[in-house]
Design a protein around this ligand. Structure first.
Ligand code: KG4
Ligand code: ZN
Length: 345
């Protein structure tokens, strides 16, 4: 029997809905919120209000695009956490209401687990030769809110073996970009300008962190002091060195990430290595992963761009695996701002 799942993602600033037929995406929609741009970061209250404005339209469009009627759905999956509590509430309440009205199961999904499972999404456009990671594998999830190394033993059996002690990798990109004068989120700007710069032009402090954990706050401070010093000598220092600054900052962040990813792959003796999350869109990180993979004999995996950043298809694929295990949630389920992978309810 084919399983049709409607998935809803509203953990941060994008309202997303997807419809899946088993593990295959039929529709994947995202309504982005432009309201935050002028504030230089996400304003939680504005995010929840924008979710309320978008959610009905996004879900309706996803169902229409998929050619699936509401009464054909077998379950509704939604992001329970981690994320902004007000944003999570909007998606969660909508999912609950719809599941109740249609009298179908409700499935709660951990957003971070879903980023990892994005690697197993199938869609119309994929070549039939497409390869998927083999279990067990290591996944580096790098987004605006998280930086985690996850050991994936099975679709629903994964463990966080390393994470950041302070800022996330995406935050390191965004905060550095802000220092250079780029609008939020600045990660993609650093990527763009870095392509014409010299990654070895400037050197920033490298953190010393035990094990598989990360730290990015020292890098941000080191960049700040460096820029302040240089701007005293030349007030146009940033403008005159923008490409080199972007390339050097990007290089520093990637170096920190790749060092720990390499360590994790060796420690757990895995050859299948994946990345996910918004920062995996970074061209330097993709290149570095491919090169390290080539040298270390890894099979490397990077999801398609639309499945790297926040999306509802990843919630749908997680929902599909949970559906197969009949892992359903009750109407008493509530969203959680902090939600560790593998934690029990
Ligand atoms: O996964 P995501 O879409 O949302 C969160 O769950 O946070 O990740 C967003 C993050 C932002 O910090 C953004 O600057 C970063 O991903 N990002 C990039 C690039 N594209 C998105 N960072 C560096 N280079 C990029 N090309
Ligand atoms: Zn995310």
């Amino acid at each position: 029997m084919d399983i049709f799942i409607l998935a809803i993602e509203s953990s941060c600033d994008d309202t997303a809905a997807a419809v899946l037929k088993n593990d295959k995406v039929l529709a994947n929609l995202v309504a982005s919120q432009s309201v935050h741009q002028k504030h230089g970061g996400i304003v939680p209250e504005l995010a929840s209000r924008a979710h309320m404005q978008h959610i009905v339209m996004v879900v309706d469009k996803a169902l229409k695009q998929a050619g699936v009627k509401k009464n054909q759905l077998h379950a509704i999956a939604f992001t329970r956490g981690p994320g902004l509590i007000g944003s999570l509430l909007v998606g969660g309440m909508f999912a609950k209401g719809m599941a109740l009205a249609l009298d179908i199961p409700l499935i709660e999904v951990n957003h971070m687990q879903a980023h990892v499972l994005a690697h197993f999404i199938k869609d119309e456009a994929q070549p039939s030769s497409m390869q998927f990671p083999k279990l067990p594998f290591i996944c580096l999830t790098v987004s605006g809110g998280h930086t985690q190394i996850v050991l994936v033993r099975d679709f629903l059996d994964m463990e966080v073996v390393g994470e950041t002690n302070d800022d996330a990798a995406g935050e390191a990109f965004d905060k550095s970009a802000k220092l250079l004068g780029f609008p939020y989120p600045g990660g993609p700007f650093i990527d763009k300008y870095a392509q014409s710069g010299n990654p070895k032009a400037f050197k920033f402090g490298e953190p010393i962190v035990e094990g598989l954990n990360f730290s990015f706050s020292g890098l941000k401070t080191s960049i700040l002091y460096f820029l302040q010093k240089k701007q005293k000598e030349d007030k146009d220092f940033i403008q005159n060195n923008l490409n080199d600054l972007c390339a050097s900052i990007q290089y520093s962040i990637i170096k920190i990430l790749m060092k720990k990813l390499d360590k994790a792959a060796k420690q757990f003796k895995v050859k299948d290595v994946a990345i996910s999350g918004g920062v995996s869109a970074n061209s330097g990180l993709r290149k570095s992963l491919a090169e390290t993979g080539e040298n270390s004999g890894w099979n490397v995996f990077i999801p398609k761009f639309e499945y790297c950043t926040d999306n509802a298809s990843m919630i749908g694929i997680a929902g599909y695996y949970k559906f197969l295990k009949k892992d359903f949630a009750g109407q008493d389920i509530s969203p959680v701002a902090r939600y560790e992978i593998g934690s029990t309810r």
